[in-house]
Design a protein around this ligand. Structure first.
Ligand SMILES: Nc1ncnc2c1ncn2[C@@H]1O[C@H](COP(=O)(O)OP(=O)(O)OP(=O)(O)O)[C@@H](O)[C@H]1O
Ligand SMILES: [Mg+2]
Length: 313
């Protein structure tokens, strides 16, 4: 059984189609990343799958339960950290977790232990009696993640979990996600931090304007494109040099940065033409300061896919 399965999942807000006939599956125990530009529909997708919103059409099964017919059961088994922390500002950190624990029928000693564990883990124990309204953005973010875990859910949705956190706290959250996944929990998270997706995810889905535009293991997404980037920094940019580079048939794309006099050349990785290109640059009078060859990064692939020119391979 899949942890999550969506079928033509759709959400419209007036004339805006925020989520457009999405079909995807998430495996149990997987860390599944949802990527996409602002307004792509990531938050809306998470809100639909956690029954914070009802779909306009289509459906989804989460943990074996239908998000429309069994929304109560879905809410019980999922944990969700939303974009804007839904916490009670006038209650203390402890009271917030206490409230949500009770709402999930976690009580007594188990509740106390759980709240203490979470507050300690997130470094908030010493602030447990402070009103959440006085918390910094990062502290609220951490408490919001703690909140999502209070009932030990099997499927966890985190909407940009590391946004607003300092590097150390962000690292702690990422380690937490890994350890939850090792315990067999399924994690769906949205992010703009491609490096996080690269480090954490088994698979990623890229969405744009509510539509799925790519889904797969990162290595697949990266290797499918099979490209290398050759960066040549020159003392001075010269059209003659640029034209000479353009002549090579293996050159897929060329980007010129005037401010740094750098030419970035996207090459078919299977063909080794770097020495010839460099020779040609020199023969055409280019003064090379540095040369750097790198495999295409996730960022390159992501931008290519989102801009819709991922067809040429
Ligand atoms: N409650 C709402 N009412 C009207 N439109 C909405 C509502 N929520 C989202 N939208 C619209 O739906 C689209 C998708 O929004 P969503 O918040 O899901 O994007 P996102 O991918 O999470 O973006 P971001 O990266 O900025 O968080 C946007 O066009 C947004 O304006
Ligand atoms: Mg969002």
């Amino acid at each position: 059984m899949h942890a999550i399965e969506t079928l033509e999942l759709t959400k419209k807000f007036g004339s805006t189609v925020a989520v457009d006939k999405l079909n995807f599956e998430v495996e149990e125990g997987e860390i599944f990343g949802v990527l996409g530009p602002n307004g792509a529909g990531k938050t809306t997708t998470i809100r639909l799958l956690t029954c914070l919103l009802a779909p306009s059409s289509g459906s989804a099964i989460v943990g074996g339960f239908d998000i429309i017919k069994d929304s109560i059961r879905v809410r019980e088994i999922v944990g969700v950290q939303t974009e804007n922390p839904s916490l009670y500002e006038r209650l203390t950190a402890y009271e917030n977790l206490d409230f949500f624990a009770e709402a999930y029928n976690v009580s007594g000693e188990q509740k106390k232990r759980r709240i203490r564990e979470l507050l300690e883990f997130f470094g908030l124990w010493e602030f447990k009696d402070k009103k959440v309204g006085t918390f910094s953005r990062g502290m609220k973010q951490k408490l919001s993640i703690a909140r999502s875990l209070v009932h030990d859910p099997n499927i966890i949705f985190l909407d940009e979990p590391t946004s607003g956190l300092d590097p150390e706290s962000a690292r702690e959250i990422k380690d937490l996600m890994k350890s939850l996944s090792k315990q067999g929990k399924t994690i769906v998270f949205s992010t703009h931090i491609l490096g996080d997706a690269e480090k954490l995810c088994n698979r990623v889905m890229i969405i744009n304007k509510g539509k799925k535009i790519a889904l797969g293991a990162l290595e697949e997404l990266l290797s499918n494109t099979n490209k290398k980037i050759l960066k040549i920094a020159l003392r001075k940019l010269d059209q003659k040099v640029i034209d000479a580079i353009k002549c090579f048939k293996q050159v897929k794309e060329i980007r010129v940065d005037n401010s740094t006099s750098t030419v970035s050349v996207v090459l078919n990785a299977s063909e080794e033409v770097t020495p010839e290109i460099i020779k040609s640059v020199v023969l055409n009078g280019g003064l090379i300061l540095s040369v750097n060859v790198a495999n295409q990064s996730l960022e390159d692939v992501y931008l290519r896919i989102v801009r819709g020119n991922n067809v040429e391979n």
